[in-house]
Design a protein around this ligand. Structure first.
Ligand code: TTP
Ligand code: MG
Length: 354
């Protein structure tokens, strides 16, 4: 099956965040980074500043020479991380196969998505639109059947654009890519390739593999495959969501069991819907109760196989609540599903005594 990979990269990330939060910086040449007199460097620059030739990793002193009106803004890294998390949460609504590459970019494998009748391009547009609505920031996306081309494509219509490379277009496009733009080809490898008369993807594709192996060793096959449009690298999910849940604090403390169960049942259904939307099943349910004096009680139940229906989840949750002796009025109740597994990857074992 042909995979569908989306690569998403925020536009001028740190700079766009600062321009969003401070109207005085909008439309201006700004650079995020350290002071020029302290040998600071440019982390990133707004698109307005890039027109002057200002780039990431350039000494700030050079940047100021290129653009004397440049406004320098100190980076707020932990704040950018929070926004990065917010964007990742948006991704997680569409797929659980997410591989973050850096603070502002990620690969998404949407092969199994049925959104937009399976059109990854429309889905990518929708994700960019959602990011914009919720963060007022823009991003760009590349869509293709492999990581290499998805990442290459996300730069083509940057900023605020999508570009798709279909399998049929791949070889022609790869043929024109300079070798130094290939994944993993740095200045040293570029030099070796150029010495062999290899400058583009097309040259690389038609190069002699034996000769290439002699010069580059093991990586020769990988680069030769890329030039032939073959890239089977999978999305590496390195941070699977560990739990999904909901909680609510009451405006007035509750002492009545029936009333509590009603509240918990609403939270249960909301959380169940989130699980289903993310195509996940859970094996563990935990309920949490905070009493009016802020003492906290949690109770969990773990089933040996995933809980596959709302009805079973409801029975488990209700029995967890019944095990609590309600000695004091309750101010907060919550539920979490954990030990998550993919709905698609879970072999559903029907057990006789479940
Ligand atoms: P990039 O995605 O490389 O750059 P960008 O988002 O600013 O611009 P573009 O529209 O071209 O994608 O990097 C993301 C953020 O990482 C960037 O906003 C700042 C930070 N960064 C550094 O701190 N140092 C660097 O050398 C680079 C390249 C990025
Ligand atoms: Mg970026």
């Amino acid at each position: 099956m042909t995979r569908k990979i989306i690569h998403i990269d925020m536009d001028a990330f740190f700079a766009s965040v600062e321009q969003r939060d401070n109207p005085e910086l909008r439309g201006k040449a700004i650079a995020i980074g350290g002071q020029p007199e302290k040998r600071g460097v440019v982390a990133t620059a707004s698109y307005e500043a890039r027109k002057f030739g200002i780039k990431s990793a350039m000494p700030m002193a050079t940047a100021v020479k290129l653009c004397p009106d440049l406004m320098i803004v100190r980076p707020r890294i932990s704040y950018y991380r929070e926004i990065s998390e917010q964007i990742r949460e948006i991704f997680s609504r569409f797929t659980q196969y997410i591989e973050p590459l850096s603070i502002d970019e990620a690969y998404l494998d949407v092969s199994k998505s049925e959104d937009f009748q399976g059109s990854a391009t429309l889905l990518a547009q929708h994700i960019l639109q959602t990011i914009h609505e919720e963060t007022q920031l823009t991003a760009s996306a590349g869509v293709s059947y492999c990581k290499f081309l998805a990442k290459y494509a996300s730069n083509i219509n940057k900023p605020n654009g999508v570009f798709t490379i279909t399998p049929a277009q791949a070889l022609e496009i790869i043929g024109k890519i300079p070798v130094e733009k290939f994944h993993g080809i740095g200045p040293a490898t570029q030099k070796k390739l150029n010495q062999m008369g290899i400058f583009t993807g097309k040259d690389l594709r038609h190069s002699d593999l034996r000769e290439l192996q002699k010069r580059l060793g093991k990586s020769a096959n990988f680069f030769h495959d890329l030039a032939n449009g073959k890239d089977n690298r999978e999305i590496r999910i390195d941070r699977i969501r560990k739990s999904i849940g909901n909680e609510t604090t009451f405006s007035k403390d509750i002492s009545d069991y029936q009333q509590l169960w009603q509240q918990l049942e609403i939270l249960l259904e909301q959380s169940w819907q989130s699980l289903m939307k993310k195509n996940l099943f859970a094996s563990t349910i935990t309920i949490k109760i905070k009493y009016h004096d802020f003492t906290l009680r949690t109770k969990s139940y773990t089933q040996s196989s995933p809980i596959i229906s709302l009805a079973s989840a409801s029975i488990i949750t209700e029995s967890l609540l019944k095990q609590q002796t309600l000695t004091k009025p309750v101010r907060l109740i919550g539920i979490t599903f954990s030990h998550l597994s993919s709905k698609y990857r879970t072999p559903i074992q029907l057990r006789l005594f479940d």
